[in-house]
Design a protein around this ligand. Sequence first.
Ligand code: 2P0
Length: 400
Amino acid sequence: MASEKPLVAVTCTAPVNIAVVKYWGKRDEDLVLPINSSLSVTLHQDQLKATTTAAISEAFTEDRVWLNGSEQDVGQPRLQACLGEIRHLARKCRSTDDGDSLPLSLGYKVHVASVNNFPTAAGLASSAAGYACLAYTLARVYGVEGELSEVARRGSGSACRSLYGGFVEWQMGERPDGKDSVARQVAPESHWPELRVLVLVVSAEKKQTGSTAGMQASVATSALLKFRAESVVPGRMAEMVRCIRERDFQGFGLLTMKDSNQFHATCLDTFPPISYLSDTSRRIIHLVHCFNAHHGQTKVAYTFDAGPNAVVFTLDNTVDEFVAAVRHSFPPDSKGDKFVKGLPVRPVLLSDELKAALAMEPAPGSVRYIISTQVGPGPQMLDDPHLHLLGPDGLPKPAT
Ligand code: 2P0
C-alpha cells in the first residue's frame, strides 16, 4: 500500500519571537487583526524552536494534528482557519500556474506533528513559533509561494512575526479584510551581533489567563489600552525602528522596558484585573533598575509577556556581569551547574559596590534557570528525511 500511495512529507523549524512593542487587543477576532502595530526580536533556534512535519497522502482519510505527541482536536477554529487559508492560497497558485508543475495534492488530507523544545504555554510564545512553523511547513508541502502572514496570523496573531529572522514589525493595516496586516523584516539577524538575550525562567506552570481571553477583556474594559493603541504605539514603533537601525541600546532598552510596563499596566487596568507578573518578576525588574543605576546607564532591559518569565536584552560585554548579579540575587538550587543553558556565560566576581547597589534580600531558587541566546534567523526547511516527526505510515514516530 505504502508504495502505491506514498506520502509527501516536509519538516521545518520556526523561531520564538519576543515583542519589544507589544500586541494586545484585536479589532477583528475572526481574522485576527490587531488594534495596534507591534515589533519583535526573533530569538535563535539553537535554543528555542518549534519543529513541524506535514505530510500529505491520498491514503489519509482525515486531517490530523499532533502537538508534543498528543493528538489535538483538528476542529479547533484556529487550526481550521490556517488549513483553510493555505488550501485557498494553493488553489490560487494553481489557477495562475501553467497547471502541470504542482502535485495532485489539493484534495489530499494532511497529517501534522509538531514539537517545541521548550515548555508550552509558559509565556514563552510557544503558539507564535508553533503557528509560524505550521504555516511555513504547510506552504512547502502544498507548494505555496509568497506572503504567509495571513496563514500564521489566523493561528495566532504574534505568529506572523515568527516568519522572519532578526527584527520584525507587524503592521496593523487598515483594510477590513486584513490583506495589509502583515509582518515585515526591519533588519536581519546579522544587523546587531552584539545584542544578547537571556530568558529568565521563573515558572513552567500553565498561565492563568490565556492571551486571547485576556485581550478580549482588555479591549472591552481598559481605557488605557485604547489610549495606548491610538496615541502611544505609533510613535513608539517609529522610535523603536530608529533605535534598531542605529543600534542604539540605550534607547532600545528604555523603550522596551517602558512598553512592557505599559502592557502590564493595561492588564491591571482591565476589569476584573489581569496580573501576569509574579513576585519574582517584580524582583527581576528591581534588579535590572539597580544594575542600570549602578552603571549610570541602561545596560540591561527586561520585557515580560503574558506570564512571569523575564526576557532580558543586553550586549555581549555585559552578559557575564549581569548573570552573576542574577546568581547573587537568586542563588540557584543545588543543580547550580545547569543554571545557564545555551550560549556560554563566563563566571565573574561581582564588585562589592555592585553587590551593595543590588540591595535585595536573596531569593534562593526563584529563578529556575536561564536560557542564554541571541537574535536568530527565520523558519528553515530541514533536508534530512530522518528528521521527519511522522513515519512512512503517516503517524508520529515514537519519541526517542
Ligand atoms: C506580543 N503577546 O506582542 C504580545 C505581548 C503577549 C504579550 O502576542 O489571540 O498568542 O493568538 O492572537 O499572539 C500573545 O498573544 O494571541 C501575544 P492571539 P497571541 O507578543
